[in-house]
Ligand binder design. Structure first.
Ligand code: SF4
Length: 341
């Protein structure tokens, strides 16, 4: 199901409000923004600049404070950032505000502080629902903090997004899936799934260099994220991102040391889902032949083909087919395919 997404104006506040640095984190590398407090003029100019890119089809507009621990900031800084964003809402140019924060920053007092601002969405950096993994990542909170935070946010009618990480130290596929199930129990409005990569300025980089941490291989990570995606899809929880944002810093290789990073990570996951669907359909047909015709929604053609036609190549090989024809058909659901031979 395709749901309309808001137009997001991202304001990155790398490490702002963080009580310490979690083992995997180097926000400066991830966002490509180097830490500096934004002045009123800079903030307004940044938002103005982004507003020019808003297409006519996007109805909802949100200013988003990302990249740090928003409610860990000083109260004056929280008020300053929210008041500035609220000006744009009052002018009718923006609809609402969102931010990301740690679960342990959500309590009645903080929620009272922000209650009169037009905030629609709060994202929590959950990372894992396994206390051992959280301790190894030096997060400084447990999963009970996440459960508490979700309940408090829900009581106040915020839209809730939960971010999780796959492949942290101590993690394994069954623990990742267990985190997925516990997230489903919390029924957030959406999730983001991030593979753990080794960033140069993180503590994880030191562990990696000493051989104490081995990141997931890309193919393993894609399959694991696929299983989580399908779990969330079944529970009607939207997955709004899989994989890190492609940024010049990460692509340049200067800050990414190792790990399952791919600029089109989400596409790889969707391609594997379509590969599985095609294999299932081909296995359950009795009609023999050397050609298969697969019809999919026009928006799913590249997912069916896979990166560089990889799915086509693998399916041909596995089923000894001479050719596979892909037909775009808008009558077919975006997450389905129809096979004819
Ligand atoms: S993961 Fe979040 S809380 Fe931890 S250092 Fe990074 S931005 Fe701060």
């Amino acid at each position: 199901m395709t749901r309309s997404r808001p137009f997001i104006i991202p304001v990155f506040l790398p490490h702002a409000g963080c009580p310490h640095q979690c083992v995997f984190c180097d926000q400066t590398s991830i966002t490509g923004v180097h830490r500096k407090r934004l002045s009123k003029a800079q903030l307004r100019a940044l938002i103005d600049r982004f507003l020019k890119y808003k297409g006519p089809r996007r109805k909802q507009v949100q200013i988003a404070y990302f990249g740090g621990n928003f409610l860990g900031l000083h109260r004056e800084d929280i008020r300053f950032l929210l008041e500035e964003a609220t000006q744009f809402v009052r002018q009718g140019r923006v609809d609402s505000i969102r931010f990301s924060t740690r679960p342990d920053t959500i309590d009645e007092e903080q929620l009272d502080l922000i209650r009169n601002f037009p905030i629609a969405t709060v994202e929590l950096g959950v990372q894992s629902m396994d206390d051992q993994i959280l301790a190894m990542a030096r997060r400084g909170h447990d999963c009970a903090a996440t459960i508490r935070a979700v309940h408090l946010l829900r009581d106040r009618n915020y839209q809730i997004g939960l971010q999780i990480m796959i492949g942290l130290p101590g993690d394994d596929p069954s623990r990742s899936l267990q985190t997925g199930r516990r997230i489903v129990d919390l029924q957030p409005d959406f999730v983001r799934i991030y593979p753990t990569v080794v960033l140069a300025n993180s503590l994880l980089a030191q562990w990696y260099r000493k051989g104490d941490y081995i990141p997931l291989a890309l193919a393993t990570c894609v399959s694991l994220v696929k299983n989580l995606y399908l779990m969330f899809q079944k529970a009607d929880i939207q997955v709004i991102r899989m994989g890190l944002q492609a940024s010049e810093d990460l692509e340049g290789g200067s800050t990414l040391l190792a790990g399952p990073y791919h600029p089109a990570f989400g596409h790889l996951v969707h391609s594997e889902i379509f590969f599985d669907l095609a294999v299932l359909a081909l296995k359950s047909t009795n009609v023999l032949g050397d050609q298969a015709v697969i019809s999919v929604h026009p928006g799913s053609v590249s997912k069916m083909r896979g990166l560089k036609n990889e799915n086509i190549r693998k399916i041909k090989q596995q089923f000894h087919l001479k050719s596979i024809v892909i037909i775009a058909d808008s009558a077919i659901a975006e997450d389905n395919l129809i096979l004819s031979r």
